[in-house]
Design a protein around this ligand. Structure first.
Ligand SMILES: Nc1ncnc2c1ncn2[C@@H]1O[C@H](COP(=O)(O)OP(=O)(O)OP(=O)(O)O)[C@@H](O)[C@H]1O
Ligand SMILES: [Mg+2]
Length: 345
């Protein structure tokens, strides 16, 4: 296998859940093309992601999306220097679709391929923006399946500072939205509703902020919201006020823990990633905290907060450039510890 041409474009494939993402990233040139197909409409009537339907839809959409992305980048397959794909964590069937396509393509083209950790992809997404932050930094990863604070000493040098004990932040948004009768996917709908709510009309707990530590727990908030909704007059005003109360509780909790993680680690930079990183109030609150405390905060552009192929192409390119790649076995890891990744020299 030829690994001498890694500054050539790298194709990235994301298929860990309900989004098919494909992108091409070239070291030195940046992102050449990025395409996304979301399965939201497919899963909407079930109120959540149905794994088997997700896998089948990835099968239908992935190859056309790869062709479309390559055309948008103005590239021929022979121009590629490597292929990166999400190897985990995620839904096993969905992951296998991306892994099989990536491995087959790499084998046919005789170029290296690498399986990327989905959360490393999220974590590095803010580095795709202009003036990218450099390690060491603290990363707040808040997505549909994760709420983590990670100390990043370098690429691949990750230490978990805090984790969720139950629901992830995005999951809490989605479940709370469902309780309030909002359509799937709930997070963005709840955030939109909260815009119309009044701050302070409902005040919910800031879980685990009154004791030391960097772990999160969001499942109790759901019960508080449910009780508040049951005891309310069920008016639109009450619904919006409750949504606002919930959002403020989550945002303040995340902000307290970010400040604590920065103080504990001595890092001066905070990086925020994952779907909840698209939340406007979270971005504003963390930006204000950064100004007040004198640290830097970096976010990905909105469409790179949620799943996308660009973050996988980028993370994969960094590892391929360092000479990392694997044999052609199609292997996925539905559960995968972020701290177990090898460092990039
Ligand atoms: N504006 C927003 N405010 C709050 N939550 C949001 C917003 N936009 C998206 N989300 C939430 O982000 C989550 C989706 O993010 P993402 O695509 O990163 O997660 P995932 O890929 O499903 O999970 P993971 O990356 O942990 O496997 C959903 O839970 C969604 O509700
Ligand atoms: Mg994700």
């Amino acid at each position: 296998m030829d690994i001498g041409n890694v500054s050539k474009p790298v194709l990235g494939i994301e298929s860990s859940c309900d989004e098919t993402g494909v992108a091409v990233y070239q070291p030195g040139r940046g992102l050449l093309a990025d395409r996304l197909y979301s399965q939201i409409a497919l899963h909407q009537e079930y109120g959540g992601v149905v794994p088997e339907l997700a896998s089948r839809d990835h099968v239908r959409k992935l190859l056309p999306l790869i062709r479309e992305t390559m055309a948008a980048a103005g590239l021929d397959f022979n121009d590629l220097g490597g292929v990166a794909y999400t190897a985990g964590p995620g839904l096993v069937g969905a992951l296998l679709v991306g892994a099989a396509a990536a491995r087959a393509l790499a084998w046919a083209l005789q170029i290296p391929a690498i399986g990327v950790h989905h959360m490393e992809g999220h974590l590095l997404a803010p580095l795709l923006e202009p003036d990218p932050p450099a390690p060491p930094f603290v990363a707040l990863l808040v997505s549909g399946g994760h709420s983590m604070l990670v100390h990043v000493a370098g690429i691949g040098r990750y230490r978990l500072l805090g984790d969720t004990l139950d629901d992830a932040a995005g999951e809490a948004f989605d479940k709370t939205a469902k309780l309030l009768g909002l359509p799937y996917p709930g997070g963005p709908a709840l955030a939109a509703l909260a815009e119309q709510g009044h701050a302070g009309a409902f005040r919910f707990a800031r879980p685990m902020t009154d004791r030391p530590g960097l772990d999160f727990s969001f499942s109790g908030l759901k019960t508080q919201v449910l009780l508040a909704w049951r005891n309310s007059d069920h008016s639109e005003t009450a619904r919006a006020d409750i949504a606002r109360g919930f959002e403020d509780a989550v945002v303040e909790t995340l902000t307290v823990k970010c400040r604590r993680a920065l103080a504990a680690s001595g890092a001066r930079t905070l990086v925020v990633a994952g779907g909840v990183g698209a939340n406007r109030r979270l971005r504003e609150t963390l930006t204000a905290a950064a100004t007040a405390d004198g640290f830097r905060v970096a976010f990905p552009r909105l469409q790179f907060c949620t799943d996308n192929g660009a973050m996988i192409a980028f993370a994969g390119a960094l590892r391929l450039m360092a000479g990392q790649h694997e044999d052609s076995t199609i292997r996925v890891l539905p559960r995968w510890d972020l701290e177990s990744l090898p460092a990039v020299a």
